[in-house]
Design a protein around this ligand. Structure first.
Ligand SMILES: *Cc1c(COP(=O)(O)O)cnc(C)c1O
Length: 372
């Protein structure tokens, strides 16, 4: 049976309304910038969870690997399987916690590498793997140094390592942790987490336990704190050309990978006093030329940007007006000549000297560029 996505006519028609453009050249540039910044000491893990932050996991993973990344990081087992099914054979770390024997089976079958956050979970893995033959599974032990999300308490890390080391079928590949405030210009909490992490790994080493790899840094720590690179850095946001915080911008020149575009579907002139869209939150005070654009909140443009955002048309920045609706929005094109149905509007990206970024949307809507 042909799925909808495989119907050629539909694939073409989707481009009639709204689409994203992914610049794999920009991704390659960002990966190269990051690997240069890392030097020879630390390896780069490309974090491609959540469909590579919406950019398309398979294409991003392939390009990142061919540009200098050596690891991939995902959140879930199905995300890892998707990459394997696409023929990608680089090491893949599952950063989320896995608790079901079914998923353990899939991890072994697809040679994925899980994160273990507790002795109980390590037992589930060891027992489930005991049913199969084969070489020991590389596992990554996560310790909680202050994020209070996944991980075993840092002060008991040596006991955790020792416990896992005694279990059959498991081989400890790394001991890692995650930072809670790496994008904050105030590094107090980060330094406390670093200290806890280093205390834990020193104790583990002193006990003559495994010689695991060490990793702690996300994008912000990779850009801002070279002393936190250790053996490996786990970079998501920066791959996609975005900065975790304004003060980290001077470190590297990154290029945004995603552009969001849509077409004008309808043009009209409205008279003073005319309300626009649901609720009439915008009312014309003078005669205006407005355009309807075929993209809305169902396509991922936050409705909270209504009457706040700008778009680019023929290199000019113009205002969006009225409430953004499910699949359409209106823009003020009074000052833009020669528009037609089918003309392209840029919502995120660059036209001429004007640039619209996910950071701007995030600031306007009170969220972070990761979510955008
Ligand atoms: C998502 C994630 C990252 C990447 O974070 P960015 O800030 O996007 O670089 C790194 N490590 C872990 C554990 C994560 O969950």
């Amino acid at each position: 049976m042909l799925s909808w996505d495989q119907t050629p006519a539909l694939a073409t028609m989707r481009r009639c309304r709204a689409w994203v453009e992914i610049d794999l050249g920009a991704l390659q540039h960002n990966v190269q910038q990051l690997t240069q910044h890392l030097g020879t000491k630390a390896a780069l893990m490309a974090v491609v969870k959540a469909d590579a932050y919406g950019h398309g996991a398979i294409a991003v993973a392939q390009t990142a690997l061919s540009s200098g990344a050596s690891w991939l990081g995902v959140a879930t087992v199905p995300e890892g399987v998707e990459l394997r099914e696409a023929g990608i054979d680089a090491p893949i770390l599952i950063m989320g916690a896995v608790n079901s024997a079914e998923e353990v089976g899939a991890i072994a079958r697809w040679q994925l590498q899980p994160t273990l956050v507790s002795p109980k979970q390590a037992l589930i893995f060891s027992e489930a793997l005991g049913q199969r033959s084969g070489s020991p599974l590389p596992v990554h032990l996560k310790i909680d140094t202050g994020m209070s999300r996944l991980g075993f308490d840092w002060s008991q890390a040596p006991e955790f390592v020792q416990f896992v080391q005694r279990l059959p079928h498991l081989q400890i590949a790394s001991v890692y942790s995650h930072l809670a405030t790496a994008d904050d210009p105030d590094s107090t909490v980060l330094r406390q987490q670093q200290q806890r992490y280093e205390t834990a790994i020193a104790q583990i080493a002193a006990q003559g336990l495994a010689h695991p790899q060490h990793h702690l840094a996300n994008s912000a720590a990779t850009l801002g704190y070279p002393d936190l690179h250790y053996d490996l850095v786990r970079v998501g946001l920066a791959l996609y050309g975005l900065y975790p915080a304004p003060h980290l911008q001077p470190t590297l020149l990154l290029k945004p990978v995603m552009q969001v575009k849509a077409r004008i579907t309808h043009l009209k002139t409205i008279q003073p006093g005319t309300g626009v869209s649901y609720g009439h939150s915008f009312v014309a005070t003078q005669p205006m030329q407005i355009a309807v654009v075929g993209i809305g909140y169902a396509d991922g443009v936050p409705r909270a940007l209504s009457n706040q955002m700008s778009v680019l048309v023929q290199g000019q920045r113009v205002a969006q007006i009225g409430a953004i609706t499910m699949d359409q929005m209106m823009i003020d094109v009074t000052q833009v000549p020669n528009l037609q149905e089918g003309s392209v509007v840029t919502l995120l990206g660059q036209e001429g000297s004007e640039t619209l970024t996910a950071d701007q949307w995030a600031t306007l809507t009170g969220t972070i560029s990761w979510e955008i």
